[in-house]
Design a protein. Sequence first.
Length: 273
Amino acid sequence: MITVENASFTRGRRTILRDVSLSLGINELVAIVGPNGAGKTTLLHLLTGALEPSSGRVLFEGMPLHTWRKDHLATRRAVLSQSRNVSFPFTVYEILALSMPDRTNRRHLQSLSETALASVGLAGFGARVLQELSGGEQQRVHLARALMQLAATRSAAPQMLFLDEPVSGLDLQHQIQTMQLVRQMTGDAFGAIAVIHDLNLALSFADRVICISEGKVACDGPPATALTSELISRVFKVSTQSLPVPGGGRVLVPDMHPAKQSTTTDHPAKVIS
């Protein structure tokens, strides 16, 4: 659905991304991870069309992303950005309505709003003023807005949801609920791509992990094999232990000091040095 071909992005004298090539489709939740300043959000902006690559190109269903009409693109993908400040005292319903096509009738808008709010654990919040909510509640309102945008235009055509740090500022319960919701949505006609800082959330919920380090793809593959101790030591400069958890899977536990040397025997799926 989305193809990135040798894309680089430069701002001023700094090259933020270098020769990134990826293929992203539906039926999977992809987690983009990496240290601060590695280029994660810049990559997401290239994928959504908020930025154009300085070189290379990004294709959406075989067509250059920048050639898509904005209204057509809005029916195929929704974006939850990292910056979500609202200065005016809008109600939650009014915020949600901003994502709707002008032709949406009032009854349909009400139904979509209630469904979206319930899905993020905010049933009954529609009449509340956004600024009166906690930061985490406001964040969930904006997630509901992105979900409404896709629900209002849903058809047989595949859709994608892009999320930039969707769980930052959320308590543990709502972090898990948010990731479960996005995970459940992925299917034959739906895919999701999320920038995530918590590697354990990526391990638990993602189908695929793309790690960005110094503007390049450091690994790309299933989280269980891509997020090795060696990779984490090299990219994040932290030693970790991988511990099994009941029911299968594993969690990463940091050693709480900078990594000196990794002795892992893990085998990554695809690691680019």
